[in-house]
Design a protein around this ligand. Structure first.
Ligand SMILES: [Zn+2]
Ligand SMILES: [Zn+2]
Ligand SMILES: [Zn+2]
Length: 452
């Protein structure tokens, strides 16, 4: 994943100013419609021949045809033959009575003809009865949705089907605006994102996320899934994606289970906005309890994050951070660096389990180190794995002394060669491996990895 380049701005610019500068005019609308055929959002046409819908549902179908297929499958239909026989367009159908262009209400008849058929109490089916009815030849005002050739059944100027869709649109958006509805109908099936009603800052953030995604998104998504998230953010009265962490949003909106595209919007999008607003580099990353390595120039190392959460004591955590940054800077591979932080998390837990836990780095004694090394055998009976753990603490303490990071740390607080487990059958101790995770030997020392 790469991050979009932030525009040059004054330091301390407000998030709003940063976003205003970053979002280009073509991404500023309330309804964002990516260019047709964009590989990251366009799923191609529905497989039903002649259907203009977009294949966002399963089996390469549009949502409407997928719905029809599910019902046909329950009746025992086979997919390939169903596909050939399926009507290409999901357009509203007219009443069965010849020359009646009102939309169907029940039994494939319009409301008036259904009433007449029911009143006639005819023994014939609706189809047989309808064939014999002489409809009035007079023409009626047509439905106002472009392309619909039915008559308008309601005072809003829509046929039965489109009135139903207009009612649903009104419930969903809370607006009676017919022009907005007609615009939405015109875009039906076209991938788009509707930002109407979002708080101004959040709207700019979503526009920025879409702009970044279309330029450099990690994979193809179904934008209707993003619409679901945007509406959920609106329903929670969100003012900014940065109101919460990406993990909190994902949990609150329950995105993991049914909406992986929505989860991608939150996680990837949050990262884009966060990067724009807060920038990158050690100044930003160092104080955090989880470092994102691509923000500090260690993107291509196979480890995305290093968390210091397991190191409970703030004073120890600071020291571990300092050591970790140093190790990254001298070229130690990030998987090993992360593992070492985890080992110091074990040491941290050991310190907290003592009857009198240390309250600062000056309280950490040689005997605490020794008891940790001894207790390791309980959970790590295999000497070689224990050796790796002891080596981490040894190197950590050695570096803390050598670089003067913790002047209060007693000079006797070190790992001795006796702390390393004996290797089975040899009678010798493992001792720190020669590489110790270090690319070079500072000061040319070849002895045990700890100061006197
Ligand atoms: Zn279709
Ligand atoms: Zn009719
Ligand atoms: Zn219509």
């Amino acid at each position: 994943m790469s991050l979009s380049v932030a525009p040059a701005m004054q330091p301390n610019s407000s998030p709003l100013a940063l976003l205003m500068a970053a979002v280009r005019p073509e991404h500023r609308g309330d309804v964002l419609v990516p260019e047709a055929g964009h590989p990251l959002v366009d799923h191609g046409r529905c497989r039903v021949p002649g259907c203009p819908g977009v294949a966002t549902a399963s089996r390469g179908l549009c949502v409407a045809h997928a719905d029809r297929w599910y019902r046909a499958r329950r009746r025992g239909a086979a997919f390939e033959s169903w596909l050939q026989d399926c009507p290409p367009r999901c357009t509203p159908q007219a009443c069965l009575v010849p020359k009646c262009r009102y939309g169907r209400h029940r039994s494939q008849l319009c409301h008036r003809h259904h009433t007449d058929w029911t009143a006639a109490a005819a023994a014939d089916s609706a189809a047989v009865w309808a064939a014999a009815v002489k409809a009035k030849p007079d023409d009626q005002p047509g439905c106002e949705v472009p392309g619909c050739d039915l008559w308008a059944s309601f005072s809003d100027g829509f046929c039965v089907s489109h009135q139903g869709r207009f009612n649903a649109f009104r419930r969903r958006t809370g607006t009676d605006d017919r022009e907005s509805f007609l615009a939405a109908v015109a875009l039906a099936g076209v991938p788009r994102l509707n930002l109407a009603g979002l708080a101004p800052l959040l709207k700019l953030e979503v526009q920025f996320v879409v702009q970044c995604f279309l330029a450099d998104g990690p994979r193809r998504v179904n934008l209707s899934r993003w619409n679901t998230v945007v509406r959920a953010l609106h329903a929670h009265s969100a003012t900014s994606l940065l109101d919460r962490t990406a993990a909190d949003w994902t949990a609150l909106l329950q995105l993991r289970q049914g909406n992986p595209d929505g989860a991608l919007f939150i996680n990837w999008g949050h990262d884009q906005v966060d990067h724009l607003v807060h920038g990158t580099g050690w100044d930003r990353e160092y104080p955090l309890d989880t470092w994102t390595l691509n923000r500090v120039g260690h993107a291509a190392t196979g480890v995305a994050h290093i968390s210091f959460a397991s190191v409970a004591q703030p004073w120890l955590r600071e020291l571990v951070k300092q050591w970790t940054r140093h190790r990254l800077s001298i070229g130690i591979a990030s998987p090993g660096v992360r593992t070492a932080v985890g080992v110091l998390g074990l040491f941290s837990a050991h310190l907290n389990s003592l009857r009198r836990p240390p309250r600062g780095v000056g309280d950490v004694t040689r005997s605490m180190v020794q008891t940790w090394c001894e207790d390791l055998a309980l959970d790590h009976p295999e000497p070689r794995s224990r050796t790796r753990l002891v080596t981490v603490l040894s190197t950590f303490l050695r570096d803390a002394h050598r670089y003067g990071w913790a002047p209060d740390l007693p000079s006797t607080t070190v790992v001795f060669s006796e702390d390393f487990p004996r290797l089975n059958g040899t009678g010798t101790r493992a001792g720190p491996p020669r590489d110790c995770g270090r690319p070079d030997r500072v000061g040319g020392s070849t002895g045990p990895a700890h100061p006197p």
